[in-house]
Design a binder for this molecule. Sequence first.
Ligand code: COA
Length: 164
Amino acid sequence: MISGRMVSVSLDGVQDENLSQLKKLNSILFPVRYNNKYYADVLASGDFTKLAYYDDTCVGSITCRLEKREDGVVRVYIMTLGVLAPYCRLGIGTLLLNHVLDLSSKENVGEVYLHVQTNNKDAVNFYKKFGFEITETIRNYYVRITPPDCYVVTKYIGQPQSEK
Ligand code: COA
């Protein structure tokens, strides 16, 4: 049960075998064509990337890249989070994001952040519900979409131990 509604939603990892599901989702959800580097980062991120299934249908995903700051603290960059329109507002985005936030806490991640196009008010409000804040505005971040500006939206997690 999610968000008080009885539905069967499950999360699955991404491997070579089901990468095509993610490619199909991205082509529907986002106005950007993702390159090989993106898909290599997806495969390297392990449990930080998940597909969401509504019964047997793949309807959403969260994809992350793991980065290391100069002080050794790991941070997680959410490259994409999306749910197909007919399946929105069922709690699936929440399930995907909470999975990454819970895993980040367990794995001693210092911060989770992402870029959101400045006109995407729904997404900004969605992330604010989870304790994210706008930490920067970058002008002309996007090359092929309008508006070209984005917010950096960040959630700081606990007090991670640096390697130094
Ligand atoms: N308008 C207003 N509030 C919204 C919203 C919308 N369109 N979508 C989500 N919210 C808020 C609501 O408070 C909602 O709780 P409620 O349904 O109980 O009111 C809460 O967020 C949780 O919503 P949830 O059902 O878990 O989210 P979702 O499965 O619909 O996924 C997105 C949310 C943003 C991932 C989804 O709308 C999406 O894929 N959008 C297009 C892609 C995108 O913009 N991605 C973000 C940038 S990477």
